[in-house]
Design a protein around this ligand. Structure first.
Ligand code: C2E
Ligand code: CA
Ligand code: CA
Ligand code: CA
Length: 277
């Protein structure tokens, strides 16, 4: 036969190894979310690209599993989304973020910028997500002006009505909205039209090495123009070099994030570096 059965077996085994790993990760992650062990919040500063003053901080989750070791969010977030854990994960990170904000306030060194938290569209589009957020702010006695949500989309939106409902409640609460990874995946022009976002984050794929990529330059220049014309702020992700930063300043970009300015660090380190003491 042309198709040797052994190939089929090997293919199957590889597939099942991949699925087995995903199932294992999902199981461990579910456990971690229950008791919070092994999960840690990191924060990466965001900056005014011209003055280089801190403009905010993005919360990034880190996970160290006792059995499997360090696992990158780039690996476990998609698994959490596929296996129904993203709702619990997003709520966990939001809760921990609000707790940190409350703690800083009580210590008399409140953050005057916003903490920006990643939220999957699967969470955002739940019709009761806005109410949950309102109760969260209440519980920790913090103001919506201290929070921003970055929405990312890794699949098609299932419940646009729910998403719009959440967006309008956010506005009432003073929580701002950023469109993440703009220009890739499902983060598209339709989002700009639908959501009253305050900020657009241009994906790092367009930014890295921009000074020698003419096509990226054209795309980013046009994006900056469009976003600003819509009255929104624009932030460039993945800014690693002074050349990239200089190009972005010249192109009218207002905010930046990337290794050039700050690496993601433990949330306490972030507080020690940037909060008034
Ligand atoms: P993202 O939201 O686009 O986050 C930016 C990613 O780029 C982070 O990776 C960050 O560490 C990395 N990064 C920042 N500056 C630079 C740079 O100058 N150069 C390079 N090469 N990389 C840079 P990270 O922390 O591994 O997160 C990966 C993705 O996982 C995030 O992409 C986000 O989509 C997701 N994620 C992380 N934490 C959470 C979370 O708490 N909740 C949700 N729903 N998603 C999260
Ligand atoms: Ca983000
Ligand atoms: Ca991003
Ligand atoms: Ca990303």
């Amino acid at each position: 036969a042309k198709h040797s059965p052994s190939h089929v077996v090997i293919y199957d085994r590889r597939m099942s190894e991949k699925v087995e790993r995903e199932v294992a990760i999902a199981g461990q992650l579910q456990q971690a979310l229950k008791d919070g062990t092994g999960l840690e919040l990191y924060v990466q500063g965001q900056f005014n690209i011209t003055t280089r003053e801190l403009s905010g901080g993005e919360v990034l989750l880190r996970w160290h599993d006792p059995l499997m070791g360090r696992i990158s969010p780039a690996d476990f977030i998609p698994i959490a989304e596929e296996r129904g854990l993203i709702g619990a994960l997003d709520k966990f990170v939001l809760q921990q973020s609000c707790q940190a904000i409350q703690q800083w306030q009580q210590q008399g060194r409140g953050l005057s910028q916003r903490l920006s938290v990643n939220v999957s569209m699967a969470s955002f589009e739940q019709a009761d997500f806005g109410i949950w957020l309102e109760q969260l702010l209440d519980r920790f006695d913090i103001n919506g002006h201290q929070l921003e949500l970055e929405i990312t989309e890794s699949g098609l939106m299932h419940n646009p009505k729910g998403a719009l409902k959440t967006a309008s409640l956010l506005k009432q609460l003073g929580i701002s909205l950023a469109i993440d990874d703009f220009g890739t995946g499902y983060s598209s022009l339709a989002y700009l039209k639908q959501f009253n976002a305050t900020k657009v984050k241009v994906d790092q794929a367009f930014i890295m090495g921009i000074t020698d990529q003419e096509r990226s330059q054209a795309i980013v220049r046009a994006t900056i123009g469009m976003v600003r014309e819509l009255g929104m702020q624009v932030l460039a992700e993945g800014v690693e070099t002074e050349q990239d930063a200089a190009w972005l300043v010249a192109a009218g970009c207002q905010f930046a994030q990337g290794y050039l300015f700050a690496r993601p660090m433990r949330i306490n380190e972030f507080a020690d570096s940037w909060l008034p003491s």
